[in-house]
Every structure is written in structure tokens, then in C-alpha cells.
Design a protein around this ligand. Structure first.
Ligand SMILES: CC(=O)[C@@H](O)[C@H](O)COP(=O)(O)O
Ligand SMILES: NCC(=O)COP(=O)(O)O
Length: 243
């Protein structure tokens, strides 16, 4: 079977740093360790409230990341300008609510088609590859195609949060159907949110998936095992699903 890539989200290194207002632990250092351990890319979410990743992090990481930067951001004029100034390889447009604990759902692309189409066009013209973070829903996939986005990232949070085996299987089925549908439309399919060492394999086994973006569980594991081992072990879990 083909390969699957791992984008390591390092937001929560910055969460820990910001909790005490210190200079450590530094997400710049985390990116370097993650890349050495086999990360195919580094994902950062510059939230509008800067609760974890900061503008300083984005600026320095742009200079230090050796693989590729995937900048997750809300669809606002401020963020589009930051992306144009930063020139990450990828931008993933995500929904944001100021009061949420974490991203709660996918972007409503169908409901804001013109706005997202315009942002996608601006970023694409600047040479940035755009991905849209959406739920596993045909209407949203059709809208992503209409926006001209070359990538989507399927939101796996509902799968990860499922409380019963039955619920989880139903969510997995939805993600599998969406990945296959999007692949038929010629769009590249990533996935992420809430993926852990315990739930990643069935997702990684879906043949259309190109890359998984995983953060919180890797950083959590790193506290006990070290970041290099946490990244390598997650990569191994994913790759073993493809053998
Ligand atoms: C868009 C997404 O799923 C992740 O980037 C997630 O939002 C991580 O950041 P938070 O933990 O701040 O939600
Ligand atoms: N886009 C999803 C992501 O980057 C990581 O989400 P999580 O693993 O921190 O839940």
C-alpha cells in the first residue's frame, strides 16, 4: 500500500510555555526534534486570540522548519495577510470560536462560499497550497471543489470523541465515504483532530488519505516518552496500518 504522511502539530508546546509566560518549552525546538524523528511536516494553528502559537513563533519557524509549514488559521483578513507575509507551504483554513476549548467542527464552506473562494484564490495566487478543514460531508466537499482548493482535511473529532464502538464505526464509515468521494473529485485528502495512538490505525488504513495532522496526543505522550519517541511511535502506528 502507499505511504501516508505525518504532520506534527506543535501548538501545545506553546500552550505549556504560555501557561507560565516563560521562554520554554520553545515550539521552534519542538519542530526540530519532530522533524529529526520523522515528521513529514509541522502544523501550527495561529489562533486569533494567540492562546498558544504566537506571531513570533510563526516568524521564527518560517526560518527554521526544514520540511514544510502547514499554517492553520481562521478565514479573516488579518490571517490572510499573515499568510501572505509568511509564505507557508500550506494553509489550512479552519473555523474558530473564541470561547471553544478546541476546534469543534469543520468549516462551513458551503455557507460562506464566496468568502472562502476569495481567500483560497488569494493564497493560491501567492503560491500557497490551500486545504479546507471540513466535516465528512458531501455538500462541504462539493463546496471545497467549487472553491478550487487542492486539499481538504477531514475533521476526525467526532470519530475520536465517539462514546461507543458502534458510534465510532459509524463515524469511520462517514470519513471513509467522504475520503473516497473527495478522491473521485480529484482533491487530495488529509485528516486530523483528536487522533491518538489508540484510534489512529483505522483512519490511517483508509487508502485515499494523504496526510494526518496530529498534535495533542503526541505532545501528551512526549511528557513521558520524549518527543522524538512519541513522533516515531505515532509514525509507526500509521505506517503499520498501510502494510
Ligand atoms: C484545526 C485543528 O483541528 C487543530 O489545529 C486544533 O485546532 C489544534 O489547536 P487547538 O487545540 O487550539 O484547537
Ligand atoms: N488539524 C488537526 C491538528 O492539527 C491536530 O489536532 P489534535 O491532534 O491536536 O487534536
Amino acid at each position: 500500500m502507499n505511504n501516508i504522511l505525518l504532520g506534527v502539530n506543535i501548538d501545545h508546546i506553546a500552550t505549556l510555555r504560555n501557561a507560565r509566560g516563560t521562554r520554554y518549552p520553545d515550539p521552534v525546538h519542538a519542530a526540530e526534534v519532530a522533524e529529526r524523528a520523522g515528521a513529514d511536516g509541522i502544523t501550527i494553528h495561529l489562533r486569533e486570540d494567540r492562546r498558544h502559537i504566537t506571531d513570533r513563533d510563526v516568524r521564527i519557524l518560517r526560518e527554521t522548519i526544514q520540511t514544510r509549514m502547514n499554517l492553520e488559521m481562521a478565514v479573516t483578513d488579518e490571517m490572510v495577510q499573515i499568510a501572505l507575509d509568511t509564505q507557508p507551504e500550506f494553509v489550512c483554513l479552519v473555523p474558530e470560536k473564541r470561547e471553544e476549548l478546541t476546534t469543534e467542527g469543520g468549516l462551513d464552506v458551503a455557507g460562506q462560499l464566496e468568502k472562502i473562494k476569495a481567500a483560497t484564490a488569494t493564497l493560491t495566487e501567492a503560491g500557497i497550497k490551500v486545504s479546507l478543514f471540513i466535516d465528512a460531508d458531501r455538500t462541504q466537499i462539493d463546496a471545497a471543489v467549487a472553491c478550487g482548493a487542492p486539499y481538504i482535511e477531514l475533521h476526525t473529532g467526532h470519530y475520536a470523541d465517539a462514546e461507543t464502538e458502534e458510534e465510532q464505526q459509524a463515524e469511520l464509515k462517514k470519513i471513509a465515504a467522504a475520503a473516497s468521494y473527495a478522491d473521485d473529485q480529484g482533491i487530495k485528502v488529509n485528516a486530523g483532530h483528536g487522533l491518538t495512538y489508540h484510534n489512529v490505525k483505522p483512519i490511517a488504513a483508509l487508502p485515499e488519505l494523504y496526510e494526518l495532522n496530529i498534535g495533542h496526543s503526541i505532545i501528551g505522550r512526549a511528557v513521558f516518552d520524549g518527543l522524538d519517541k512519541a513522533v516515531a511511535d505515532m509514525r509507526e502506528e500509521m505506517l503499520s496500518a498501510r502494510r
